[in-house]
Design a protein around this ligand. Structure first.
Ligand code: SF4
Length: 346
């Protein structure tokens, strides 16, 4: 990420001085107000927060009253905002402020970040807005603005990217740290909008913005969700005829291992009795069922956890393809996942 961020402070602060929205928690720089509003805003839109914020402040006007409120009353005040652990953490942190800081909100980022429910972003916001500490406050809005200004293709959903942006902002924080942070957030909220729809014509950073210059605003920021790996359990059957052939099936024409051959298998781990009943339903006459062992196969987005069973049958029925070892070598593409099962047997 090229760091041309040094040039953004002056135009950004000038724009903010002209355009800042009047919000209730901006009327003073009281940490209690900034703190409660930031926690409410974490999962809720500004318009909805306004109502809740006013009621909350009427009933719990300071840290002391918050630290002493009953849990029932607190949750009632929070009702409708959701994510109730936020409210519980507010009270817990208020009690810490009363007990450990004599009721005065801590002034340094390093102390604020230790309070319950307060992370990097919120402590950066409070330390800079209320106490003018030169520390960044990087939320999704700020990540979007900075990614576009620097035309960075780093994935903003990764913690490493947030860390890198925070470090670059550290290097260029102006004296008016609080205004600078608020201005960046505000720009992201009202001008540099998500989903490829920034209002560049109204933006004070047009001259500094690499995404605007290079026509990349629709592509940035890059947001790639890490796919969670799925785990699938399978019972895999090595069904063997008296003459030694193995039962195979052909997989479907699409999806994982499309068009290849496979040992018969079913989802989940079946017991011996379940296997017997399943195969009897298919008209197979079984002479013996014995457990082989377990194996794992890792695909790109899924892991198969397989339990293999050897099943001896009287005749080649059940609608399967019956293949000799030679057939399997020459004619039937059997994926490694299933070959593992056969090998383990030997
Ligand atoms: S010029 Fe456009 S893309 Fe660049 S920061 Fe401003 S609004 Fe965002």
């Amino acid at each position: 990420m090229s760091n041309k961020l040094g040039a953004i402070a002056a135009p950004l602060l000038a724009w903010y001085a002209q355009n800042k929205r009047e919000l209730p928690w901006r009327q003073d720089r009281e940490p209690y107000h900034v703190w409660v509003s930031e926690i409410m805003l974490q999962q809720t839109r500004i318009e909805a927060v306004m109502r809740y914020y006013a009621r909350f402040m009427r009933e719990l006007p300071d840290i002391k009253s918050l630290s002493e409120v009953s849990d029932d009353r607190l949750l009632k005040l929070w009702e409708g905002l959701g994510y109730y652990s936020r409210a519980r953490n507010l009270k817990k942190a208020a009690q810490t402020v009363m007990n450990d800081f004599g009721g005065a909100f801590p002034r340094r980022y390093a102390e604020i970040v230790k309070l319950a429910g307060i992370g990097d972003y919120t402590s950066g916001a409070i330390a800079s807005i209320c106490f003018n500490e030169k520390v960044p406050a990087v939320d999704g809005n700020v990540l979007r603005v900075i990614s576009r200004v620097t035309a960075s293709r780093e994935n903003v959903l990764l913690p490493e990217t947030k860390k890198a942006v925070t470090q670059r902002l550290f290097a260029v924080m102006p004296e008016q740290a609080g205004d600078f942070n608020e201005a960046l957030m505000e720009l992201g909220e009202v001008v540099c909008l998500p989903n490829g729809e920034p209002n560049c014509a109204e933006c004070p950073l047009r001259a500094q913005c690499a995404a605007f210059r290079e026509n990349l605003t629709a592509e940035l920021p890059v947001r790639i969700k890490r796919q969670k790996r799925r785990q699938e359990q399978k019972t895999v059957l090595h069904i063997v005829a008296p003459s030694g052939e193995t039962a195979l099936r052909k997989r479907g024409a699409s999806g994982l291992l499309a068009g290849m051959y496979e040992l018969p298998n079913v989802e989940g781990f079946l017991s011996e009795a379940e296997i017997r009943s399943l195969l009897a339903d298919r008209g197979l006459k079984i002479t013996d069922v014995s457990y082989i062992k377990e194996a794992k196969h890792v695909f790109t987005h899924v892991d198969w956890l397989m339990k293999g069973w050897r099943v001896a049958v009287i005749e080649k029925s059940g609608g399967f393809i019956w293949a000799t070892a030679e057939d399997m070598k020459k004619s039937y593409a059997l994926p490694t996942a299933f070959q593992k099962m056969l090998k383990q047997e030997n």
